[in-house]
Design a protein around this ligand. Sequence first.
Ligand SMILES: O=C(O)CCC(=O)C(=O)O
Length: 261
Amino acid sequence: MKLTDEQFEQYQAEGYVVVEDVLADETIDRVRERLREYTHGDREPETFGKQLEPAVERGEVDVDEPGDAVRKMEGLGMVEEDEVFEEVARDETIVSINEHLLGEHLKLLRSAAMLKPPHVGSEKSFHQDAAYYPIRPMDHVTVWIAVDEATLENGCMSVVPGEHTEGIITHETDEYETDIVIGGEEYDDEDLVKLPMEPGDALFQHCLLPHYTEPNTTDSPRRALIMSYMDARSRFTQNDEERPDWVDSVHIQGEEFPGCV
Ligand SMILES: O=C(O)CCC(=O)C(=O)O
Protein backbone atom coordinates (compact mmCIF):
# COMPACT_ATOMS: atom_id res chain seq x y z
CA MET A 1 0.00 0.00 0.00
CA LYS A 2 1.14 3.52 -0.83
CA LEU A 3 -0.09 6.83 0.44
CA THR A 4 -2.41 8.68 -1.92
CA ASP A 5 -0.89 11.77 -3.58
CA GLU A 6 -2.87 13.90 -1.15
CA GLN A 7 -1.58 11.97 1.90
CA PHE A 8 2.00 12.11 0.59
CA GLU A 9 1.72 15.86 0.03
CA GLN A 10 0.26 16.33 3.52
CA TYR A 11 3.24 14.49 5.05
CA GLN A 12 5.70 16.65 3.10
CA ALA A 13 3.93 19.96 3.83
CA GLU A 14 2.68 19.40 7.38
CA GLY A 15 5.03 16.71 8.67
CA TYR A 16 2.37 14.12 9.47
CA VAL A 17 -0.43 12.02 8.09
CA VAL A 18 -2.94 9.73 9.83
CA VAL A 19 -3.80 6.54 7.96
CA GLU A 20 -6.91 4.77 9.22
CA ASP A 21 -7.30 1.01 9.81
CA VAL A 22 -3.66 0.12 9.24
CA LEU A 23 -3.74 -2.77 11.70
CA ALA A 24 -6.57 -5.31 11.74
CA ASP A 25 -8.71 -5.77 14.86
CA GLU A 26 -7.18 -9.23 15.45
CA THR A 27 -3.67 -7.76 15.49
CA ILE A 28 -4.76 -5.03 17.90
CA ASP A 29 -6.35 -7.69 20.15
CA ARG A 30 -3.06 -9.64 20.21
CA VAL A 31 -1.13 -6.45 21.04
CA ARG A 32 -3.53 -5.60 23.88
CA GLU A 33 -3.28 -9.07 25.33
CA ARG A 34 0.51 -9.06 25.10
CA LEU A 35 0.81 -5.62 26.70
CA ARG A 36 -1.38 -6.80 29.57
CA GLU A 37 0.84 -9.85 30.07
CA TYR A 38 3.79 -7.47 30.53
CA THR A 39 1.95 -5.01 32.77
CA HIS A 40 -0.36 -7.24 34.82
CA GLY A 41 0.78 -10.80 34.09
CA ASP A 42 3.97 -12.69 34.69
CA ARG A 43 5.69 -12.00 31.35
CA GLU A 44 8.90 -10.08 32.01
CA PRO A 45 10.94 -8.30 29.34
CA GLU A 46 14.46 -9.68 28.98
CA THR A 47 16.06 -7.17 26.65
CA PHE A 48 13.95 -4.04 26.94
CA GLY A 49 12.87 -1.69 29.69
CA LYS A 50 9.70 -0.91 31.59
CA GLN A 51 9.18 2.50 33.25
CA LEU A 52 6.63 3.42 35.93
CA GLU A 53 4.88 6.78 36.09
CA PRO A 54 7.30 8.94 38.10
CA ALA A 55 4.60 10.35 40.45
CA VAL A 56 3.70 6.79 41.43
CA GLU A 57 7.34 5.81 41.78
CA ARG A 58 7.91 8.81 44.07
CA GLY A 59 4.96 7.68 46.23
CA GLU A 60 2.92 10.82 45.48
CA VAL A 61 0.07 8.91 43.86
CA ASP A 62 -1.26 5.43 44.68
CA VAL A 63 -2.43 2.71 42.31
CA ASP A 64 -4.02 -0.65 43.13
CA GLU A 65 -1.17 -2.64 41.61
CA PRO A 66 2.15 -1.75 39.97
CA GLY A 67 0.83 -2.77 36.52
CA ASP A 68 -1.63 0.14 36.70
CA ALA A 69 1.28 2.58 36.66
CA VAL A 70 3.47 1.35 33.81
CA ARG A 71 4.19 4.45 31.73
CA LYS A 72 6.09 2.81 28.91
CA MET A 73 8.13 -0.08 27.61
CA GLU A 74 10.96 0.73 25.27
CA GLY A 75 13.78 -0.90 23.36
CA LEU A 76 14.45 -2.67 20.08
CA GLY A 77 14.37 -5.86 22.15
CA MET A 78 10.58 -5.55 21.92
CA VAL A 79 10.71 -6.62 18.27
CA GLU A 80 13.73 -8.89 18.64
CA GLU A 81 12.34 -10.93 21.51
CA ASP A 82 8.55 -10.70 21.08
CA GLU A 83 6.78 -12.02 17.99
CA VAL A 84 3.64 -9.89 18.54
CA PHE A 85 5.59 -6.62 18.41
CA GLU A 86 7.79 -7.95 15.59
CA GLU A 87 4.64 -8.61 13.54
CA VAL A 88 3.70 -4.92 13.94
CA ALA A 89 7.21 -3.67 13.07
CA ARG A 90 7.20 -5.79 9.90
CA ASP A 91 3.56 -5.16 9.00
CA GLU A 92 3.30 -4.95 5.22
CA THR A 93 1.22 -1.76 5.17
CA ILE A 94 3.41 0.07 7.68
CA VAL A 95 6.61 -0.96 5.90
CA SER A 96 5.31 -0.05 2.44
CA ILE A 97 4.20 3.42 3.59
CA ASN A 98 7.67 3.92 5.06
CA GLU A 99 9.17 2.76 1.77
CA HIS A 100 7.08 5.41 0.02
CA LEU A 101 8.40 8.08 2.41
CA LEU A 102 12.01 6.94 2.88
CA GLY A 103 12.94 4.61 0.01
CA GLU A 104 13.43 0.85 -0.16
CA HIS A 105 16.33 0.38 2.30
CA LEU A 106 14.82 0.51 5.76
CA LYS A 107 15.89 -0.01 9.33
CA LEU A 108 13.92 0.22 12.56
CA LEU A 109 15.36 2.79 14.97
CA ARG A 110 12.87 2.68 17.84
CA SER A 111 10.24 0.44 19.30
CA ALA A 112 8.12 1.46 22.30
CA ALA A 113 4.73 1.07 23.94
CA MET A 114 3.35 4.27 25.48
CA LEU A 115 0.68 3.15 27.93
CA LYS A 116 -0.72 6.35 29.49
CA PRO A 117 -2.67 4.48 32.19
CA PRO A 118 -6.06 5.70 33.53
CA HIS A 119 -5.80 8.76 35.85
CA VAL A 120 -2.04 8.48 36.45
CA GLY A 121 -0.91 8.64 32.80
CA SER A 122 1.07 11.89 32.65
CA GLU A 123 1.63 14.39 29.86
CA LYS A 124 4.48 14.00 27.40
CA SER A 125 5.74 17.53 26.84
CA PHE A 126 6.53 19.07 23.45
CA HIS A 127 9.53 17.49 21.78
CA GLN A 128 10.95 16.48 18.42
CA ASP A 129 11.91 12.82 18.11
CA ALA A 130 15.03 13.80 16.12
CA ALA A 131 16.46 15.41 19.27
CA TYR A 132 16.83 11.99 20.91
CA TYR A 133 18.85 10.37 18.15
CA PRO A 134 22.40 11.12 16.95
CA ILE A 135 21.43 10.22 13.38
CA ARG A 136 21.88 12.11 10.11
CA PRO A 137 20.02 12.99 8.00
CA MET A 138 17.24 14.05 10.35
CA ASP A 139 14.39 12.51 8.43
CA HIS A 140 13.32 9.36 10.22
CA VAL A 141 9.60 8.54 10.44
CA THR A 142 7.83 7.82 13.72
CA VAL A 143 4.78 5.62 13.38
CA TRP A 144 2.43 6.05 16.36
CA ILE A 145 -0.23 3.35 16.35
CA ALA A 146 -3.38 3.68 18.48
CA VAL A 147 -4.02 0.49 20.46
CA ASP A 148 -7.01 2.02 22.28
CA GLU A 149 -9.24 4.83 21.11
CA ALA A 150 -7.16 8.00 21.61
CA THR A 151 -9.39 10.92 22.60
CA LEU A 152 -9.09 14.55 23.68
CA GLU A 153 -9.66 13.40 27.29
CA ASN A 154 -7.25 10.47 27.47
CA GLY A 155 -4.22 12.04 25.80
CA CYS A 156 -4.39 11.79 22.02
CA MET A 157 -1.49 13.21 20.00
CA SER A 158 -1.22 16.96 19.29
CA VAL A 159 1.11 18.19 16.55
CA VAL A 160 2.33 21.55 15.23
CA PRO A 161 1.74 21.23 11.47
CA GLY A 162 4.53 22.44 9.19
CA GLU A 163 7.05 23.05 12.00
CA HIS A 164 9.21 20.12 10.81
CA THR A 165 10.59 22.47 8.15
CA GLU A 166 12.11 24.76 10.82
CA GLY A 167 14.96 22.44 11.84
CA ILE A 168 16.04 21.18 15.24
CA ILE A 169 15.08 23.15 18.38
CA THR A 170 17.06 23.17 21.66
CA HIS A 171 15.79 20.57 24.14
CA GLU A 172 16.36 20.20 27.86
CA THR A 173 16.00 17.28 30.28
CA ASP A 174 12.63 17.04 32.00
CA GLU A 175 11.52 15.46 35.28
CA TYR A 176 11.63 11.93 33.85
CA GLU A 177 15.40 12.16 33.26
CA THR A 178 14.96 9.75 30.35
CA ASP A 179 13.01 12.43 28.50
CA ILE A 180 13.90 15.74 26.89
CA VAL A 181 11.55 18.60 26.08
CA ILE A 182 11.61 21.71 23.94
CA GLY A 183 12.90 24.51 26.17
CA GLY A 184 11.34 27.98 26.19
CA GLU A 185 9.09 27.46 23.19
CA GLU A 186 5.35 28.06 23.65
CA TYR A 187 2.74 26.87 21.20
CA ASP A 188 -0.74 28.41 21.20
CA ASP A 189 -3.80 26.22 20.88
CA GLU A 190 -4.41 27.62 17.40
CA ASP A 191 -0.95 26.37 16.29
CA LEU A 192 -1.94 22.80 17.21
CA VAL A 193 -3.86 20.03 15.56
CA LYS A 194 -5.25 17.41 17.95
CA LEU A 195 -5.53 13.96 16.50
CA PRO A 196 -8.17 11.67 18.03
CA MET A 197 -7.66 8.20 16.55
CA GLU A 198 -9.36 4.80 16.54
CA PRO A 199 -7.58 1.54 17.47
CA GLY A 200 -5.52 0.35 14.49
CA ASP A 201 -5.08 3.86 13.00
CA ALA A 202 -1.48 4.95 12.48
CA LEU A 203 0.07 8.41 12.57
CA PHE A 204 3.18 8.79 10.37
CA GLN A 205 5.16 11.69 11.75
CA HIS A 206 8.38 13.42 10.59
CA CYS A 207 11.05 13.27 13.29
CA LEU A 208 11.39 17.09 13.35
CA LEU A 209 7.68 17.68 14.00
CA PRO A 210 7.03 19.04 17.53
CA HIS A 211 4.35 17.00 19.26
CA TYR A 212 2.76 16.55 22.66
CA THR A 213 0.21 14.43 24.55
CA GLU A 214 -1.95 15.50 27.52
CA PRO A 215 -2.45 13.52 30.74
CA ASN A 216 -5.05 10.75 30.81
CA THR A 217 -7.90 11.98 33.00
CA THR A 218 -10.25 9.08 32.20
CA ASP A 219 -10.97 5.58 33.54
CA SER A 220 -9.59 3.88 30.42
CA PRO A 221 -6.02 3.34 29.22
CA ARG A 222 -4.68 5.15 26.16
CA ARG A 223 -2.11 2.70 24.87
CA ALA A 224 -0.08 3.23 21.70
CA LEU A 225 2.80 1.49 19.99
CA ILE A 226 5.65 3.42 18.43
CA MET A 227 7.80 2.07 15.61
CA SER A 228 10.34 4.46 14.03
CA TYR A 229 11.98 3.79 10.67
CA MET A 230 14.97 5.30 8.91
CA ASP A 231 16.76 5.06 5.60
CA ALA A 232 19.44 2.36 6.02
CA ARG A 233 21.97 4.86 4.60
CA SER A 234 21.58 7.07 7.69
CA ARG A 235 24.72 7.54 9.79
CA PHE A 236 25.33 7.82 13.49
CA THR A 237 26.99 11.12 14.36
CA GLN A 238 29.00 9.48 17.14
CA ASN A 239 31.56 6.73 16.93
CA ASP A 240 30.88 3.32 18.41
CA GLU A 241 32.47 4.08 21.79
CA GLU A 242 30.41 7.26 22.31
CA ARG A 243 27.13 5.92 21.01
CA PRO A 244 24.65 5.10 23.83
CA ASP A 245 23.78 1.40 23.65
CA TRP A 246 20.05 2.15 23.29
CA VAL A 247 20.82 3.80 19.95
CA ASP A 248 20.88 0.89 17.54
CA SER A 249 18.84 -0.54 14.67
CA VAL A 250 17.05 -3.61 13.36
CA HIS A 251 17.13 -4.43 9.65
CA ILE A 252 13.69 -4.30 8.05
CA GLN A 253 14.23 -4.54 4.28
CA GLY A 254 16.64 -3.76 1.44
CA GLU A 255 20.40 -3.36 1.58
CA GLU A 256 22.64 -2.59 4.52
CA PHE A 257 25.49 -0.14 3.89
CA PRO A 258 29.04 -0.10 5.29
CA GLY A 259 29.60 2.58 7.91
CA CYS A 260 25.86 3.28 8.19
CA VAL A 261 23.49 2.60 11.05
O1 LIG B 1 2.31 8.37 23.36
C1 LIG B 1 2.56 9.44 23.91
O2 LIG B 1 1.92 9.84 24.86
C2 LIG B 1 3.66 10.33 23.37
C3 LIG B 1 4.80 9.55 22.90
C4 LIG B 1 5.84 10.33 22.20
O3 LIG B 1 5.60 11.36 21.63
C5 LIG B 1 7.20 9.82 22.21
O4 LIG B 1 7.51 8.94 23.04
O5 LIG B 1 8.01 10.29 21.39
